[in-house]
Design a protein around this ligand. Sequence first.
Ligand SMILES: NC(=O)c1ccc[n+]([C@@H]2O[C@H](COP(=O)([O-])OP(=O)(O)OC[C@H]3O[C@@H](n4cnc5c(N)ncnc54)[C@H](O)[C@@H]3O)[C@@H](O)[C@H]2O)c1
Length: 272
Amino acid sequence: MPIGQPSSLPTALVTGAGRGIGLGIATALAHAGYRVALSDIDEASAARSASHLSDQGFPTLGVWLDVSQADAWARAVAEVTERWGGLDLLVNNAGISPRGTVESTDEALWDRTLAINLKGPWFGIKTALPWLQRRRGTIVNIGSTRATRPMPGLFSYVTSKAGLLGLTRQVAVETLGQGVTCNMVAPGWVDTPGERLIQAEQGRPEFPQGVSHLTTAEDVGGAVVFLASPAGRKANGVILYLDSGLHIADDAGMVYLPHEKFVRYHQPTPNP
Ligand SMILES: NC(=O)c1ccc[n+]([C@@H]2O[C@H](COP(=O)([O-])OP(=O)(O)OC[C@H]3O[C@@H](n4cnc5c(N)ncnc54)[C@H](O)[C@@H]3O)[C@@H](O)[C@H]2O)c1
């Protein structure tokens, strides 16, 4: 343990924390008094983001972790717990959102999406649970409005996030009585480097006009801090939507589509 850091500080491990929402979560946790391990498959970005926070005086650690590999999880959790003596909070944030319909998605894309978005959180919880049980810890999975509100063209993503919701609720039930909580935060659309790349690939370098109240990475960080707080830990097995109500709106899956696509998806189903 680094000299001068009290052992009572809680410890968090965040996946996909090199940039985007994961970095927003790590930053919020650092400000809330956590020692934060920022992990990412992109080792350089994890190290860079961890250094940026430690330069401001926050105790951080940059860790390489490909969430789809069980042995990588074993090494990452060992590194964090050896350094800081335990683990209080696991945030499964790393994820990809490739585009593809039920027809255009091939097996490789399906496998990759499910390996990162769904198998990764399972590996993480399985590996970290013994440590979380000792500290009566918290698990937060980052889902999406799309977990319950599908959108055309997001086939493997929607499937993975719906699965993650089931996993969240199942883990909450299996850990009842252990003092561990497991919840999902479901953001709406967030302007992140990953999402910018996808928009640019689709010929939309700017986020569409008319999408107001975009959720921010800081908002997601605030929700994670809340779920790990004494009040938040009364929640277990819930999905906390951070989408300004998108999930309860009619046609919630369609509102971000360009008008012509919106119309196309609303053609009445022809009779045979
Ligand atoms: N941006 C949005 O609009 C939005 C909305 C709802 C939910 N989400 C979810 O939030 C999470 C983060 O999204 P983002 O927009 O910040 O993405 P992003 O692409 O900007 O950042 C994702 C990070 O995860 C890392 N990563 C990718 N594969 C990994 C792997 N196998 N192991 C470890 N790290 C890996 C990347 O290197 C990157 O640093 C995802 O789970 C995503 O589904 C995003």
